[in-house]
Design a protein around this ligand. Structure first.
Ligand code: AMP
Length: 398
């Protein structure tokens, strides 16, 4: 079956077209700058053909029209007719407490998705726009929603309840949800295959380190804790997000600087993290370059980043009563040997022994980077789109 996977963001739609039997990605690309001047479709085909097309792309519906048109185009397409698309899988950021797995989208699901907008006002509305556009353009093709939060819905209550009045949780569903679930699930599955044991027999700490960063404690296949919370701002330090902070410190700064909620929100989500501490960049490559030039604040930013990750790895080993593996994924996790090295420093008491040479290898390929001790350390490139395609196939085949 041909499956289209879509990730609809605020100003972009990313896509991948899979041939599900062989799990082959036939074409992939992105529409960028939706609604702005200079909107652009970048399209790649499995045989190496690539094309960039500018156009008037005012909204998500138009962006998806562009994508569908290029997929069937005589010069750059990979299918002859849109009727060949058997299903569409959508990445949806927030599924709230209601969605513990992927679902075929019907009217009921759409209603629930709208209810989740309140929990993720920056993400879910765009995901919904993508779904609506597909429902309009590909009328009878089944659509599936795959949630970033779903993998974490089995967290125990004591891991997700905040220390706020319980009535606040009940009234507003303010609790920890966690994100990046599709990525944590994928790398945990791959790690079990690499180690050669069933996932149900392993305790793994999965570290998704990209622009957004989160770690998860995957205990016998179940995410029992994760660093992101009610929103993706909690937990690890990230490119522009602050991660863990004393909530009273934020209130104090709001008072001193006379910040309103929107400005404070923008400070913790867009101007903090690596860029906030270093003052130079949210991009780990540039942080590492600045460190090489002797920039002390870039050095501090990297140290905060790695120290916090190390603390969480230790905490999750404790939460699971031991740990068999640590997995690094995401742009930073797959590529930065320095981050991996600094994050694992001093963890030999837990059985973590990094192999310097394997860690330094100039590749982001899937591999072990430990010395074969108690705790296996792995680099595994994530593949969220493949998980979405697999879930979509499974649900529509039922
Ligand atoms: P992602 O959101 O998964 O695309 O990851 C983006 C992050 O990965 C950015 O902070 C990049 O700087 C970082 N990244 C990508 N390649 C490298 C690299 N070779 N070394 C260090 N960081 C990298």
């Amino acid at each position: 079956m041909i499956i289209l996977v879509l990730n609809s963001g605020s100003s972009s739609v990313k896509y991948r077209l899979f041939e599900s039997e062989g799990e082959q990605c036939l074409a992939w690309g992105v529409v960028e700058r939706i609604g702005a001047s200079g909107a652009l479709l970048k399209h790649n085909r499995i045989d190496g053909d690539g094309v960039k097309l500018g156009g008037d792309i005012a909204d998500h519906s138009r962006a998806i029209e562009f994508i569908l048109a290029i997929l069937v185009s005589p010069n750059h397409g990979v299918i002859k007719d849109l009727s060949e698309i058997g299903a569409v899988g959508h990445r949806v950021v927030h599924g709230g407490e209601g969605f513990s797995g992927s679902v075929v989208i019907d009217e009921d699901v759409m209603k629930q998705l709208f209810e989740c907008i309140e929990l993720a006002p920056l993400h879910n509305p765009h995901n919904i726009k993508g779904i609506n556009a597909c429902r309009k353009l590909l009328k009878d093709v089944p659509q599936v929603a795959v949630f970033d939060t779903a993998f974490h819905t089995k967290m125990p209550e004591y891991a997700y309840v905040y220390g706020l009045p319980y009535t606040i949780y009940k009234r507003y569903a303010v609790r920890r949800y966690g994100f990046h679930g599709t990525s944590h699930r994928y790398v945990a599955d791959r790690a079990a295959e690499m180690i050669g044991k069933p996932l149900e027999e392993l305790n793994l700490v999965t570290c998704h380190l990209g622009n957004g960063c989160s770690a998860a404690a995957v205990c016998k296949g179940v995410s029992v804790d994760t660093t992101m919370g009610f929103t993706p701002a909690e937990g690890l330090l990230m490119g522009t997000r602050c991660g863990d902070i004393d909530p009273a410190a934020l209130l104090y700064v709001m008072g001193r600087e006379d910040l309103d909620i929107n400005t404070a929100n923008s400070m913790i989500n867009k101007h903090s993290g690596l860029v906030g501490i270093s003052g130079v960049s949210n991009d780990m490559r540039e942080i590492e370059e600045e460190i090489a030039r002797g920039n002390e604040r870039a050095e501090l930013a990297l140290n905060v980043f790695c120290y916090r990750l190390r603390k969480y790895i230790g905490a999750y080993a404790a939460a699971m009563g031991g740990m068999d593996g640590i997995i690094f994924t995401g742009g930073i996790g797959e590529n930065s040997s320095e981050v991996r090295k600094r994050s694992l420093e001093g963890l030999s008491f837990l059985g973590v022994e990094l192999d310097e040479k394997l860690n330094m290898a100039r590749t982001s390929e899937e591999r072990f980077i430990d010395r074969g001790g108690l705790v296996r350390v792995m680099v595994i490139p994530t593949n969220e789109e493949l998980v979405i395609a697999r879930d979509t196939l499974e649900l529509v085949s039922k």
